[in-house]
Design a protein around this ligand. Structure first.
Ligand code: BDR
Ligand code: CA
Length: 320
């Protein structure tokens, strides 16, 4: 089977950490590298978290490059997502992951993406699951490499309801101008958005099974306490939303996701709607669609994919 070549762009975060496990533990993917951005925590922390997860799963061969520390235009006022991901971004576990030995590359995220795209014979899929700052900067600075991008499979946005404002999703809201550049770029875009990612959850009871599945699932279980609390108490979701993992599941098994091609534009000047992905689901504007938008997911096989990836990784490395 030909593998899907991807570069992930992450703001690690608990669900980013799980997505990294899915990408590395599923044979559909060839993870060429991981770039980092500010987002769930500040850049230094999200980069350290990314390195920690790669050491945890024994994939220190995957290069990591540090990216943006703030949005392109928007004044950076770091969001405090500690109630979702913990102060350290990985759930403030009682027995935290050790400081990583692995270091990021000495080139920037954008430089890494540019060099990797330029060197590749086949087009590569970009998978941004944090603010779109790195990808937008790549688009602005390396237009000649756009044909080398097979598609952008992003996590962000929604057709209507937000989680960072009544109408805006967190990844888009953190850098709406960057997202605007991406949606206007003409690149092939798939938008794994809240409409489906809220439905792609690990049930609270199902999470209990993670304790006994294998050593990696048990570590993820320990990480997920605060994330579970957030989804139970504040979001009133039936379980823990696996936002970032949906991008990978959609790439590996497109049949799991119900989607629609739509015209999407990002509001960059609305007073109340700043950061909203205005999604023309009914094609009122009669514009040509510029994105494929996720509307629903077949939840059980999706969660099973995550569990299988963890079992594969746990079998390859004996413990933390
Ligand atoms: C997105 O925001 C972040 O908190 C998550 O990691 C995910 O990428 C969900 O809105
Ligand atoms: Ca994320």
């Amino acid at each position: 089977m030909e593998k899907i070549k991807i570069i992930m762009d992450v703001d690690t975060g608990i669900d980013d950490a799980i997505a990294i496990c899915l990408a590395c533990g599923n044979e559909a993917f060839d993870v060429l590298g991981i770039t980092t951005t500010y987002g769930n925590r500040k850049l230094e922390q999200t980069t350290e978290n990314t390195l920690k997860i790669l050491e945890l799963i024994g994939r220190t061969d995957i290069p990591v490059a540090k990216g943006a520390e703030k949005p392109i235009i928007k004044v950076y006022e770091p969001e405090d997502y500690s109630v979702v991901h913990g102060y350290d971004g990985l759930g403030d576990m009682p027995d935290p992951l050790p400081t990583p030995e692995k270091k990021p590359l000495d080139i920037s995220a954008v430089e890494f993406m540019a060099r990797t795209l330029a060197a590749s014979e086949e087009p590569i899929t970009l998978v941004p699951v944090g603010p779109m700052t790195n990808v937008a900067t790549l688009i602005l600075t390396h237009p000649e490499l756009m044909p080398k991008i097979k598609q952008v499979m992003l996590m962000g946005g929604s057709t209507l309801k937000g989680n960072a404002s009544p109408v805006a999703e967190a990844n888009i809201m953190q850098d709406p101008e960057a997202a605007h550049i991406l949606f206007k770029s003409g690149l092939k875009i798939s938008m794994a958005c809240l409409d489906a990612t809220w439905k792609g959850y690990i049930g609270f009871d199902e999470l209990e099974d993670f304790k006994n599945d294998n050593w990696l699932s048990a570590t993820i279980y320990d990480m997920c306490g605060i994330y579970a609390e957030h989804y139970k108490l504040r979001m009133k979701n039936p379980g823990l939303a696996m936002h970032d993992s949906l991008t990978l599941a959609w790439l590996a098994k497109p049949e799991l996701v119900k989607s629609k091609d739509c015209y999407v534009t990002v509001d960059i000047d609305g007073r109340y709607t700043y950061g909203m992905t205005v999604t023309d689901v009914r094609n009122v504007l009669c514009h040509r669609p510029n994105a494929t938008v996720s509307l629903d997911v077949d939840r059980v096989p999706f969660i099973n994919m995550i569990k299988e990836a963890m079992a594969n990784l746990a079998a390859q490395k004996k413990g933390r």
